[in-house]
Design a protein around this ligand. Structure first.
Ligand SMILES: [Zn+2]
Length: 149
């Protein structure tokens, strides 16, 4: 029996298998992007706006920083149980120029990553229960042109 694919975190990303997008908000006053979504007040001290647009954020960006996470992530991030260490990547989104953290896809280790590398957003199963596969967003290196030297 096929399990149903559901988001591990409701409302954080689109469930598009091919081209998923993270869901954020953009302040109508100053244009600042927020992820996770900010909908109550703008964090920009110079801005008094309380109105936000829902936006789909860029699905590509460049590696800004990365690390090996050998501990359980804090809420609201969900980790598989039993916990296995994973690679966590901070990616600067192409258009918004904001940093979004995520796990690297399975099999990608710290030694595979370099600052400035192009990454794209994908959905991968985080864990499953009896009925559902719970999906989350992950960062996957984009193939480089010309191959590795
Ligand atoms: Zn604002």
């Amino acid at each position: 029996m096929n399990k149903t694919q559901v988001p591990a975190l409701e409302g954080w990303f689109t469930m598009d298998a091919e081209k998923p997008h993270l869901l954020g908000t953009q302040c109508k006053g100053c244009g600042t992007y927020y992820f996770p979504r900010q909908t109550v007040f703008c964090k920009n001290p110079a801005c008094e706006s309380e109105a936000f647009d829902e936006v789909q954020l860029s699905r590509t960006g460049k590696v800004w920083s990365f690390t090996n996470a050998c501990y359980q992530p804090p809420e609201p991030f969900v980790a598989p149980d039993p916990f296995v260490p994973y690679t966590i990547v901070a990616v600067e989104l192409e258009k918004e120029k904001m940093i979004v953290l995520g796990q690297a896809v399975e099999g990608v280790e710290v030694s595979d990553l370099k600052a400035g590398m192009d990454m794209e957003l994908v959905l991968e199963t985080l864990f499953e229960d009896d009925e559902n596969e719970k999906l989350t967003w992950k960062w996957k290196p984009l193939p480089t042109d010309g191959g590795a030297a």
